[in-house]
Design a protein around this ligand. Structure first.
Ligand code: ZN
Length: 322
């Protein structure tokens, strides 16, 4: 069978099942419902990975047929009750049934789990490769756990925003387009050029800036001023801004007023410096690159930087009164 894109569980039903010799033994008027009930047993077992064993009530409820039909399937041997004598089929638990020859045609639990694991690994590999594309050109890869460094967290957030699984960001189509352009242009080794008039920060920049407590518009203005004053030429201006944001963060810790040209004496970076500067680590089970992580990081960084502003105000008030 060709590789299926759809990741739901499927069952196999042979094309001649409606004319199955065992069904044909039944009265004509019960055949459609009996056939449907048999299919529903496969569906139930496939969904719950039971290797063919099921509680008859559960299957009857899915099929919406009455108990009478169940007896027909037992009578022709499409189903077996506990204590059956079919040499090909396993013995179900008490009051449980088993679908005859289930594993001949349907996926066994072990195989389904192996497939899920394989897909999970393939998915993780895909995420890692998207991740490295999102962060390529940056100093270091983000760690998979203990995200204590806000810089790395920010790039993790950018990765989550870039990821193919994240489709609810309004900026995604534009950014995907930008990424494609960037990709194809880097393959052609596009020439270095001045910052285009139309250049603007994209979604990953906004995510990075937000999580670092940087004002993305202010950073973009300074970035442009700097680029124009120095007549900078770049192949990839989006990547250049990634690096700019990364540097901004370092400046924020070291020589804030001179290097970041912060003219606001109440700026928490000016008042507090690196004091309580790092974001807390994410809680257990919240993994970088997931939607849950992005939600957590947005909320946590907003709280964190609000708290820094509040503390900076406190410190300023103390200085004034002293
Ligand atoms: Zn059997």
């Amino acid at each position: 069978m060709s590789q299926r894109k759809d990741r739901r569980e499927f069952i196999s039903v042979s094309v001649d099942f409606p004319n199955h010799p065992k069904l044909m033994q039944l009265e004509e008027d019960v055949i459609p419902l009996a056939g449907w009930l048999a299919v529903c047993a496969w569906i139930y077992c496939g969904q719950n990975l039971t290797d063919g064993e099921f509680a008859p009530l559960a299957v009857r409820r899915i099929a919406g047929v009455d108990k009478q039909i169940e007896k027909h399937l037992l009578s022709v041997g499409l189903w077996h009750a506990h204590g059956h004598g079919c040499p090909k089929c396993p013995q179900p638990g008490e009051r449980m049934y088993v679908s005859h020859d289930y594993l001949e045609h349907q996926r066994a639990k072990a195989d389904a789990e192996a497939l899920r694991e394989k897909r999970r690994r393939a998915g993780a590999a895909g995420a890692a490769s998207r991740w490295s594309r999102a962060t390529s050109g940056l100093a270091e890869p983000p760690p998979s756990d203990g995200m204590g460094d806000p810089k790395q967290m920010a790039f993790a957030m950018a990765g989550a925003t870039d990821g193919a699984w994240q489709t609810d960001g309004k900026d995604m189509p534009k950014e995907e387009e930008d990424k494609k352009k960037t990709k194809s242009s880097s393959r052609r080794r596009s020439p270095e050029r001045p910052l285009p008039e139309s250049w603007k920060p994209i979604a990953r920049h906004k995510a990075v800036a937000a999580s670092l407590g940087l004002d993305v518009d202010r950073e973009a203005r300074q970035f442009r001023l700097h680029a124009e004053a120095k007549d900078r030429r770049q192949r990839d201006w989006h990547k250049a801004f990634d690096l700019w944001l990364e540097k901004s963060l370092d400046w924020g810790g070291a020589a804030i007023p001179s290097q970041r040209q912060s003219t606001d004496p109440a700026d928490p970076d000016v008042v507090l410096g690196r004091d309580n500067w790092q974001l807390p680590a994410p809680p257990d089970g919240v993994q970088a690159g997931t939607r849950a992580y992005t939600e957590w990081a947005k909320k946590t960084s907003a709280d964190h930087f609000a708290e820094r502003r509040r503390r900076a105000a406190e410190v300023l008030a103390e200085r004034k009164s002293a």
